[in-house]
Ligand binder design. Sequence first.
Ligand SMILES: [Mg+2]
Length: 240
Amino acid sequence: MPAGARRVSGLCTGLKILNMTIDAKALREILAFVADAVELEESRLNALDAAIGDGDHGITVRLGFHAVRKARSSQPQSEEISAVLGQTGKAFMGATGGAIGIIFGRILMCGQKALAGREALGVQELKCWLAAMESTVAAVGKAKPGDKTILDALHAANLALSSRTFDPDDVVGAFRVARDAAESGARDTANMLCKVGRASKLGAQVLGHPDPGAVMFSIVMDAFYRWLEEHESPEGAPGH
Ligand SMILES: [Mg+2]
């Protein structure tokens, strides 16, 4: 297991390790895992976009994540989590065109300010970051929940986390709740009309089709959760 996934070892509840948080090294590994997960879904994302737009969503986010992967591998080991998010967000934005390039770039970049000075990404930091994501995307995309955009998945995740209390060490549980809410928020977009962007001209034709940006955000949350779940294994298990 990567050392960065666990900041304090030896404190166990049963067999689960306490105090699991995500430091900069772990965050860089997670971003590579997220990039792989999004790339695997490229054709599904293109197909979802083709139903309500121009069919390039998967291609665009693949290019963005390719740049994220490159940016993270060139970062110095000493980097803080906020800098990892700022630099990878800039890289995503620089490599992609269109609204989603700016919006997903800003999703990463807003973590730079929201998590400034934090050593690691834990439950509290995830809550701060999601709140920053929602206000940033609402402002940049000029969207509200219900407009059939990425904001619907993000809003659902932010709401689910902000309305719940977690054990401060349960970052895996917090990501699971965020992932489940993002997936359900993304599914709900199938029943919405597009209110912003070019697809707003399509009217009822978009019903039955989820928003590709919302689905992509749920894939990102799912990859974060799966990486953490995989690395939160009992002491002494294979991988340690
Ligand atoms: Mg498109």
